[in-house]
Design a protein around this ligand. Structure first.
Ligand SMILES: O=C(O)CCC(=O)C(=O)O
Length: 291
């Protein structure tokens, strides 16, 4: 039976939700984002990939009369869309999301990353991983906030997670990926978990999934012929922690990556300037991140 404590009802987080997050590493907030807000994100997705905010490396020219669906089919995702889109930048501080973050992360919260997935028909998913592997926080406070812009189903490649897998609090070894479900060259072997410990997280558009940076998660290929699985995924952490993140080698190693946006409370490191380091880029079809 599904544990009801995983669901945030009416956008308001309860004590049971908070306990569930600490025990199992994730929460689901169905319908947290109003249909009008989702429509704005959907519309903005098309604008970004049409190049309306300016071009970025790899963005293909849009043909006259080319409809959004045909444009979007060519792409998997863009990283750091908030760097070009004022709509996404504004959404990083969405008030209901921030209330949840204050309750489960810290009263002081910063955002360091956004990713906008389109994941059209046939596009591969992401292999098993832990987000802290990529975005290391000193206090393990990393949290992914996964916002469904389209309905996310098993068929079109929703998230899969292993509840409670954050608990041992260590980085699992990475092994070569051999499944064509995934875009990545590496994965984590999860075969020692029982089948029923690995669950799909299907959410309707407007639903939000919150998951801890140590939780094992993945997504499968979009097997539909005409269905997009768009989702905005933003990453946050406690503002108390410094962020030694080199962005998969794209930046110089540093003690505290200050390309951040405060979304709640105070910044204990306010004496260090906020900088603009990260550039938006398109996610390649094959992901080969070596560290
Ligand atoms: O949405 C997906 O397909 C994968 C998202 C993910 O793994 C992540 O945000 O860390």
């Amino acid at each position: 039976m599904k544990n009801e404590a995983q669901y945030i009802n009416n956008g308001k987080i309860s004590q049971e939700n908070i306990q569930y997050y600490h025990d199992f590493g994730y929460l689901v907030a169905p319908e947290m984002i109003a249909p009008e807000e989702v429509a704005v994100l959907k519309n903005d997705t098309a604008k970004i990939f049409r190049g309306d905010y300016g071009t970025i490396d790899g963005l293909l020219p849009v043909m006259p009369n080319e409809i959004d669906v045909d444009v979007l089919k060519k792409y998997v995702a863009i990283h750091f869309p908030h760097k070009i889109s004022p709509v996404i930048k504004d959404f990083l501080g969405q008030k209901d999301i921030v209330e949840v973050l204050k309750a489960i992360v810290s009263p002081n919260v910063k955002c360091m990353q956004s990713m906008l997935f389109v994941k059209g028909p046939g596009k591969a998913g992401q292999a098993w991983h832990q987000d802290e592997y990529y975005i290391p926080t000193r206090d393990k406070s990393l949290i992914g906030v996964w916002i469904a812009i389209d309905d996310a189903t098993i068929e079109n490649g929703c998230l899969w997670i292993i509840p409670g897998s954050q608990k041992p609090s260590y980085m699992h070894p990475r092994v070569p990926n051999t499944s064509n479900e995934y875009a990545d060259t590496d994965t984590i072997d999860v075969t020692n978990y029982a089948k029923d410990e690995v669950i799909p997280v299907e959410v309707k558009k407007g639903g939000v999934v919150f998951f801890n940076g140590y939780v094992l998660h993945s997504s499968l290929r979009n097997k539909t012929e005409d269905n997009f699985r768009s989702a905005l995924v933003n990453h946050y952490m406690s503002a108390e922690s410094m962020l030694p993140w080199d962005q998969d080698g794209k930046l110089q190693a540093m003690a505290d990556m200050r390309d951040i946006i405060m979304v709640a409370g105070d910044d204990p490191y306010h004496y260090k300037p906020i900088v603009d380091l990260n550039k938006p880029y398109l996610r390649p079809e094959v992901l080969n991140i070596k560290k």
